[in-house]
Design a protein around this ligand. Structure first.
Ligand SMILES: [Zn+2]
Length: 184
């Protein structure tokens, strides 16, 4: 049977996670722990089952996806201190220097980190994201420019490509200069 302590531990586990699935679940665990403490038992069989599930879910799931080489992308981001926008994800550098693959929207979660040139996916990462990362790794700046042409936005600064040269290049002039992408 799930105990108050189990639920309190689960709350701490959820609170430490950044994935979307964990959002709000620490509060639910704490709420259930308080109720269990107050009443001595769960209100129903269903609630007891839910509590047990929450405890099981609180343990971060290891991704079943395999890591991929992403040293080029990580180097580009780390050395030039920039964020690359790959449309379905972004590769960015955190303040502590680590390079992460994150959700394109702020606060959308972390899909994994690139450590020693290898991307290590988290449970919330998808194969689509890994494929996109691999395409950028293998295709380099030319791939980023191609993606810019498709999306109409610069892959580096995410701004809309406006002038003719930028649209043709697939990258804004400031970013092209910054990453050393010569005019094609
Ligand atoms: Zn740009």
């Amino acid at each position: 049977m799930t105990t108050v302590q189990d639920l309190q531990n689960a709350a701490k586990m959820f609170a430490a996670r950044t994935d979307g699935f964990a959002a709000g679940k620490a509060d639910i665990c704490n709420d259930l722990a308080n109720k269990l403490q107050r009443f001595g038992s769960f209100a129903s069989e269903k609630q007891a089952e839910f509590a047990a599930k929450l405890v099981a879910w609180s343990v971060p799931q290891k991704s079943t996806l395999t890591g991929v080489k992403a040293n080029y992308v990580a180097q580009l981001v780390a050395e030039l201190d920039l964020t690359i926008n790959l449309e379905i994800c972004k590769v960015t550098k955190f303040r502590n220097g680590s390079v992460a693959v994150v959700h394109p929207e702020f606060g959308g979660g972390i899909f994994g980190f690139i450590k020693d040139g290898m991307f290590e996916p988290r449970a919330n990462c998808t194969q689509e994201i890994i494929d996109r990362l691999t395409e950028a790794q293998n295709g380099g700046l030319k791939y980023l420019a191609e993606l810019g042409k498709i999306t109409g936005r610069c892959c580096i600064c995410s701004l809309k490509l406006k002038d003719e040269g930028s649209i043709r290049r697939g990258m804004g002039p400031v970013c092209a200069k910054r990453v050393g992408y010569l005019e094609q």
